[in-house]
Design a protein around this ligand. Structure first.
Ligand code: SF4
Ligand code: SF4
Length: 269
């Protein structure tokens, strides 16, 4: 592994990601709902699992207790994802050897040990080192981190607009500074609090599922009487739906102002 490798799944003690284990694929995937699931699984695992022979019971008990309603049926939601620290800051695999005194129990899972161990999502390849570090430095909440680290367009576009304004890629270290961190966090939090988010239940970021395949849900600018927005990719990542030109203009204002605030502070302090 190269020395400057950034482990996006488990970047440090403040947070981690469990997106590819199906974390966000439940029909109700709010932070509160997911926290309850993960907490109760972790407690059950600690109470009932002392070896591989207990996993069949654990799996069926979780499936009995929890709603199995999903966003996309074709994406598996792994029942072995839980909290791996006492403070519930990190989501992770309850079957991992670090959770089981060195015993690797992942072969009992749907994907199996090899797939679980060897999987690196596209963000590992497509995000630059500075983008990865910048993101890791400004988001400490597991729920928001997992949503953003897997959204390549959102991250790349944010960095691109900032880079264009300051004529260089923003230094990832500076994302640790209180004010810059706060401003960047406000932008990434739009992933949860975006006022123009589509209410369609089959949407996940820019994708929707038509029952058989994923499609990108494009914005019909012609219908709004506008040109394609410079923030189109960001709007898609935020699962946007606009009902009027005025809504689109307001959305552009919100995005531009958060970028401007970052740039001003970056330049002047
Ligand atoms: S989605 Fe990517 S960063 Fe998240 S757990 Fe999977 S491989 Fe790691
Ligand atoms: S068994 Fe695999 S899919 Fe399930 S939580 Fe562990 S790493 Fe994720």
């Amino acid at each position: 592994m190269e020395p400057d490798f950034i482990h996006l799944c488990q970047p440090g003690p403040e947070k981690s990601c469990g997106a590819c284990c199906g974390l966000y694929n439940y029909a109700i995937s709010t932070k509160e709902a997911l926290s309850l699931r993960l907490r109760s699984r972790t407690a059950l695992f600690k109470e009932k699992v002392s070896g591989p022979e207990d996993l069949r019971f654990f799996s069926s008990e979780i499936k009995r207790r929890e709603s199995q309603e999903k966003l996309y049926e074709v994406i598996y939601c792994c029942e072995y994802l839980g909290f791996i620290d006492a403070g519930e800051k990190k989501v992770g695999c309850l079957l991992h050897p670090l959770q089981n005194g060195g015993a690797d129990l992942r072969d009992a899972s749907f994907y199996g040990k090899e797939l679980c161990e060897g999987h690196f999502c596209p963000s590992y390849h497509y995000l630059t080192r500075e983008e990865k570090k910048g993101l890791v430095n400004c988001i400490d909440d597991w729920y928001l981190y997992g949503l953003c680290v897997t959204d390549i367009d959102l991250v790349k576009e944010y960095f691109r607009f900032i880079s264009q304004a300051i004529y260089q890629a923003p230094c990832a270290e500076r994302f640790k500074e209180d004010e810059l961190k706060k401003i960047a966090l406000e932008f990434f939090s739009l992933k949860i609090f975006w006022p123009f988010r589509s209410q369609e239940t089959n949407r996940f970021g820019k994708y929707y599922f038509d029952g058989s395949q994923y499609m990108i849900s494009h914005i019909d600018y012609q219908c709004l009487g506008c040109e394609r927005s410079r923030f189109d990719k960001i709007f898609l990542s935020l699962a946007s739906c606009f009902h009027s030109k005025e809504e689109l203009i307001e959305a552009e204002r919100i995005i531009q102002s958060t970028i401007d605030r970052f740039v001003d502070h970056y330049r002047n302090f």
